[in-house]
Write a protein that binds this ligand. Structure first.
Ligand code: SAT
Ligand code: MN
Length: 584
């Protein structure tokens, strides 16, 4: 089925021709984005067993996909920024020379679609016809990618008509190859707006609209065009007087962005609500007065384990229909299941690899198992979620993931200090990327794996953006992950995080008491609503305390990190570090 629109677009037809000559598919199929087409894909995948039907009474139109066990998370060590100069990629990226990378990838893609169908997936990132939205074309040989793209983005005809005859679109080429980790490459060519990804079917490696387009390539464009492409959720906090305050928040992968974005306040706060606009990516532009954020995506690709009626009831409701589950377990009744989903363990669980599971053995669901579900189904959806102009942002949150050191919440002194706080964020690693879990690394703005250029230039860009807006958002750091000496979390987290959002809301509105410390403004125990949590006094102290000895060590580690970033680290950030050091 060849699309008329595409034929008028010479850049597009040239791109398709060159990719089909390289990959030699048996068939080419243009995806139009219709519901019938989606059902056809599902039927075909049920037939060839790449999808398994879940209990259709309880989970209508929900399916399970089991990936190759070697392909369950992003592979950062196989992800490259490909430019002419290594300096363009910088300390946080793997780099390949663009010419060498192109040659290498072309040899891997040669004939990779023989015997397969090549699917062409035109997509829009951002609300249809928003001035901030972008078009991409993903070519893939994976039906799993197509059905996920259908949920995660706005695919098909509408993307082609928005593109018209323009040659401005992101080109994505994806092939499963033979799903061989030794021949797995995820390569980005920012100058050509090109992504080439082979050997993996996993979300962040294969849904090229997501991290590859909307963060790595978009961050490069954002610097040139003076906006921000960030790894941030967007939420609206509605207070009892019906005023909505919009917040963007950055957390590392698998650290609760989806839960915070969909937070359902506990009974005590039933006159507050959290309205969801996005759970992973924000594109933020200045209108001169304010920063305005849009969510380029149309679906959620959330971590399943840990999602339950207590942690995220809105998510449980959302994923009851039209949802693709990847690498979760299933119960004897054919329902999806994962660790901590239910109070008791159901009978006859089949684990994520398809084997009978015995409680006490390995995890039933993979720790990075996921659900792909449409935004539109969320009970907490904001009426503004598709506003083409975005929503005005009053606060930015940087969420570290640290078992020690950083307090539950603190506010920066000013914009540049806020950039310093984001730039020095520390995070203990999670299962969202292959590698050991729980190791501390610097994860600036939660963008370490996603910034498509030199991180020193990125910091400078952030500093400059503060001067491009009359009312820059206030910047906060939060940390839900502090533990006691036994490794037990000090803060209940999840729905109780509304208490921290309330304090942030107070601060944004010129209320809320804080003490000025060496690291920023920290709430007093009284200004934070802790009623009913039964936290011991020493726990509250630990949550709000600045330990000078630990912070002095932190300063040394930040110095090391800044030195690794090298010459491009802005002097303003060294200056902030020096101020912190002398205040300690
Ligand atoms: O796998 S994704 O990159 O899509 C999700 C994540 O790791 O943040
Ligand atoms: Mn993410």
């Amino acid at each position: 089925m060849l699309s008329d629109t595409s034929m008028e677009n010479l850049a597009l037809s040239g791109f398709i021709d060159s990719v089909s000559r390289l990959t030699e598919p048996d068939r080419i199929l243009w995806c139009n984005g219709s519901e019938e087409e989606y059902s056809d894909f599902v039927r075909q995948m049920l037939n060839d067993k790449t999808l398994i039907e879940l209990n259709q009474e309880l989970y209508p139109k929900c399916y399970l996909h089991r990936s190759n066990p070697n392909d369950v998370a992003r592979t950062e060590q196989l992800t490259f920024i490909c430019t002419d100069n290594e300096e363009d990629a910088g300390y946080t990226n793997n780099w390949l020379h663009s010419i060498e990378a192109k040659a290498k990838l072309e040899s891997l893609f040669k004939g990779s679609m023989k015997g397969r169908t090549m699917y062409i997936v035109p997509y829009i990132m951002g609300p249809e016809s928003s001035a901030y939205s972008q078009i991409g074309i993903e070519i893939t040989d994976s039906p799993y990618v197509v059905i996920n793209m259908k949920i995660m983005t706005r695919i098909g005809k509408r993307a082609l008509s928005q593109l018209g005859d323009s040659d401005v679109f992101v080109k994505g080429i994806h092939s499963l190859g033979d799903v061989n980790p030794d021949k797995r490459y995820i390569c980005h060519f920012p100058k050509e707006r090109l992504i080439m990804s082979i050997g993996s079917g996993y979300g962040g490696n294969a849904l090229l609209s997501k991290k590859c387009h909307s963060l790595r390539l978009a961050s490069v464009a954002a610097r040139e065009e003076k906006w921000l492409a960030e790894h941030m959720l967007i939420l609206g906090l509605k207070s009892p007087d019906s005023k909505v305050t919009y917040i963007c928040a950055a957390f590392p992968s698998a650290s609760g962005k989806t839960n915070l974005a969909m937070l359902k306040p506990p009974m005590k706060y039933s006159d507050w609500s959290v309205l969801t606009l996005g759970d992973d990516i924000s594109w933020i532009h200045s209108d001169g007065e304010n920063f305005r954020a849009i969510n380029p995506e149309a679906g959620l690709f959330g971590v399943a384990p840990g999602t339950n009626a207590k942690t995220n009831p809105n998510a449980l409701e959302t994923i009851r229909k039209n949802t693709i589950f990847t690498n979760v377990a299933i119960t004897g009744q054919g329902n999806p299941w994962w660790e901590d989903m239910t109070d008791s363990i159901p009978s006859s669980v089949i684990d994520w690899k398809g084997n009978h599971w015995l409680s006490g053995n390995d995890k039933a669901a993979h720790p990075n198992s996921r659900f792909t579900t449409p935004m539109k189904q969320m009970p907490s959806l904001s009426p503004e979620w598709e506003n083409p102009n975005g929503v005005p942002i009053s606060a930015l949150l940087f969420g570290g993931r640290r078992s020690k050191l950083t307090p539950l919440v603190y506010e920066s002194f000013n914009w540049i200090h806020g950039v310093f706080i984001g730039a020095t964020m520390g995070a203990e690693t999670t299962a969202a990327a292959v590698g050991d879990v729980g190791r501390l690394r610097r994860d600036p703005m939660a963008m370490r794996p996603f910034c498509g250029y030199n991180i020193g230039d990125y910091f400078k860009h952030w500093i400059d953006m503060g001067t491009r807006v009359k009312n820059p958002p206030k910047i906060f750091h939060v940390n839900w992950f502090r533990t006691d000496s036994n490794g037990k979390f000090l803060w209940p987290g999840f729905r109780e995080n509304i208490r921290v959002l309330k304090w942030i809301n107070d601060r944004v509105n010129g209320k809320g008491i804080a003490v000025k410390t060496q690291i920023g403004y920290i709430p007093t125990a009284e200004s934070l609503d802790l009623e009913g949590l039964n936290l011991a006094e020493n726990v509250v102290n630990d949550l709000l305390n600045v330990n000078v000895k630990e912070w002095t060590q932190e300063v040394d580690q930040i110095k090391e990190f800044f030195n690794s970033v090298g010459d491009k680290l802005p002097k303003e950030l060294w200056n902030e570090l020096n101020k912190l050091e002398s205040s300690l």
